[in-house]
Design a protein around this ligand. Structure first.
Ligand code: GAL
Length: 653
């Protein structure tokens, strides 16, 4: 593995051409290596249909290349120009109320629209032809943030047609569909696929199996749409990576499936904005107002490492200062633009690319910081980027990124399923993952995310499967064969793929693996907390179980909370942070995993021969050197607020 480097997002079409050379020279001075351009430039590339104006893009690439910069070119399909609508008036995505979503911002297209798919293929091909051999070209980005602004799901006429075809493909006969959807209930049976409408505008909720199928279909449409572009780009330059920039805490489509058609997964990291719009507690939002939630970035990094083929991933956009899109947009704590980059590198990112080079003085994002201010003077992020680039170089940071010893199964379909039928408002798969992830990270334990069809769990000492909607055969047998410790979370295996309760009830595992049945669920308000004997509490989701396993924890009403059969543990409720920490600590001890002694607000991640510490807190902290460390290569035992310390390890590649 080569050493990670910095990048930046640049919009040459926003600035006079006379500025480009100076911009490029300054980027190179900062130590930036990659520059992403082009992803919203369609109206400049093709101002009117067929009038191709690619010369400016080539000149921009020439200039960047002359300064030794490597260019990632984005396809401009997230922003179809206005004339596209004249050509394809029916290309718009429709909202749930059945209204078309208008022109005037971005992402105003429906993934199912055949005409727009062809236009996307056409512009992608033209781009590949025109710049595909440019010496500065180093990779491609497909589109921009699929699904952003709630655009994964569209209730358009094109989607309706597409859905009917998709269902025909999946079920073959209408009888099979009626069976799968439980359509006998409420006389919902169909006699032809053409009768099937999208599951919006029904009087009350549509059948959960129908709604989940619509989510699966919507996800597949993105996969198919992305594949059109990735096939073209890969054919043009098989040697260059095809990348997409996904988002944080975003689960509307199956990222693993899109990832299979990429070479590198990337995501756009806006820690402060994300915390502001998240469901985190008011206390967390106060405490990390200017830093972002201390485990969210790490979790996303780990997810995208799993999404990226062969573990390859980047941060394509990194917040450099205040953003513009949350209700309030605080200034980051000095040092955070550096810390976030280091945190990403510690989790294995190959590139961290700041968004954006210069703050735009016009249009929607004029209040969004860049590395430069609108007057071209450096903003604080500029100096932090410069520092990171220098530090990476000085350390020769990088090396082999090893597999972690703890894995957590992360599943997009489970997220859709519990959105379709929450039973307890606010119950999500992601939150259950997060509830296990936080306590592990607090103990300095590194984690890998595992797709739901993982067939082999060997090599892990501990695997956690939180709130998994339904088992894949692969994972089910991997669980049966696994010799390490397991924690299976509430609601796991509680449904079949057709969204029905399994014949043997959840969690639907063979008796020799786990002799336990969930017989009833108490889904109550998050404020209805029931204490657990010994500490912590459960709320939101409490399962009543029949089991021959050993009850390790009970709530004060006498119901089993944690049941064990050999090394397999089943958690029958949603636990609070105290309970989750107790359970995780117990499992770490059982699995022989040694925690790190981390101060409050400090997290750590091992990468190759390095352990990187980051302090998300507002106060300086003192690190206790771990037994495997051989001193500090950057920073020291005293780690300031928003500080980074890098320790050198005795072993590691
Ligand atoms: C991202 C997007 C960028 C920009 C940025 C602002 O979601 O990809 O184009 O809008 O947010 O934070």
């Amino acid at each position: 593995m080569t050493s990670p480097v910095l990048g930046v997002c640049y919009y040459p079409e926003h600035w006079p051409e006379a500025w480009w050379a100076k911009d490029a020279a300054r980027m190179a001075d900062v130590g930036i290596v990659y520059v992403r351009i082009g992803e919203f430039a369609w109206s400049k590339l093709e101002p009117t249909p067929g009038d191709l104006q690619f010369d400016w893009l080539v000149r921009a690439m020439d200039v960047l290349g002359q300064h030794g910069l490597k260019v990632i070119v984005g396809t401009p399909t997230a922003t179809p120009p206005r004339w596209m609508l004249d050509r394809h008036p029916d290309m718009l995505a429709y909202d749930e109320l059945g209204h078309p979503r208008g022109f005037g911002s971005r992402r105003h297209y429906c993934f199912s629209h055949e005409g727009y798919r062809q236009e996307s293929a056409r512009i992608t091909r033209l781009l590949a032809d025109r710049v595909g051999q440019h010496p500065a070209l180093a990779g491609w980005q497909t589109d921009n943030e699929y699904g952003c602004h709630a655009t994964t799901v569209s209730y358009s006429p094109a989607a309706r047609l597409g859905f009917q075809r998709w269902l025909k493909d999946r079920y073959g006969t209408i009888a099979a569909l009626n069976e799968a959807w439980g359509a006998v209930f409420w006389s919902m049976e169909y006699t032809r696929f053409e009768q099937i409408d999208l599951p919006n505008l029904t009087v009350t909720e549509a059948a959960p199996a129908a709604r989940l199928d619509f989510r699966r279909f919507s996800s597949d449409q993105i996969v198919a749409y992305n594949r059109i572009q990735s096939d073209i780009l890969r054919a043009a330059r098989p040697d260059l990576p095809v990348i997409h920039n996904f988002m944080g805490r975003f689960t509307d489509f199956d990222h693993y499936a899109v990832g299979r058609d990429l070479d590198v997964a990337s995501w756009d990291s806006y820690p402060i904005g994300h915390l502001a719009v998240s469901t985190a507690s008011a206390e967390t939002k106060d405490r990390y107002l200017r830093q972002g939630d201390l485990d969210s970035q790490g979790l996303q990094h780990d997810i995208y490492r799993a999404v990226g083929p062969k573990g390859r991933w980047w941060v394509m956009e990194q917040q450099p200062g205040p953003v513009n899109w949350a209700r309030y947009n605080p200034d980051p704590l000095p040092g955070m633009a550096r810390l976030w980059a280091w945190e990403a590198f510690a989790h294995g990112a190959e590139v961290v690319s700041y968004f954006r080079w210069r703050q735009a003085p016009f249009a929607q994002e004029q209040m969004h910081a860049g590395l430069l201010r609108p007057d071209s003077e450096p903003a604080p992020g500029y100096f932090e980027a410069e520092q990171v680039a220098a530090e990476l170089k000085a350390l020769g940071f990088g090396g082999v990124f090893a597999k972690a010893r703890v894995g957590i199964v992360y599943d997009y379909e489970s997220e859709w399923a519990w959105e379709v039928q929450p039973q307890a408002a606010g119950f999500t798969h992601h939150d259950q993952v997060r509830a296990a992830y936080g306590p592990l990270r607090k103990r300095g334990i590194d984690v890998d995310m595992l797709p739901p069809d993982t067939a082999d769990l060997s090599g892990y000492d501990l695997v956690i499967i939180p709130a998994l909607f339904t088992w894949s055969e692969a994972l089910k047998s991997a669980v049966a064969d696994f010799r390490g410790h397991l924690l299976i979370g509430p609601r796991t295996g509680s449904k079949t793929a057709n969204f029905a309760i399994p014949g043997g009830l959840g969690p639907d595992l063979p008796r020799n693996v786990l002799d336990l049945k969930v017989t009833r669920v108490d889904a109550s308000r998050p404020t209805d907390q029931v204490a657990v004997v010994g500490g912590g509490s459960v709320s939101l989701w409490r399962e009543r179980v029949e089991t021959r396993g050993e009850t390790k924890l009970r709530d004060t009403e006498g119901f089993p909370v944690l049941v064990a059969q050999g090394k397999l543990n089943y958690l029958a409720a949603c636990g609070d942070a105290v309970l989750m920490q107790r359970i995780i600590d117990g499992l770490l001890a059982d699995a022989g995993l040694t925690p790190l002694d981390l101060p409050e607000d400090v997290r750590a991640r091992v990468h190759g021969q390095w352990r990187v510490y980051f302090n998300y807190g507002l106060e300086a902290r003192r690190l206790t050197p771990a037994a495997d460390e051989r001193g500090y290569a950057l920073g020291g035992a005293e780690i300031p607020a928003a500080g980074v310390t890098v320790a050198r390890l005795a072993t590691g590649g």
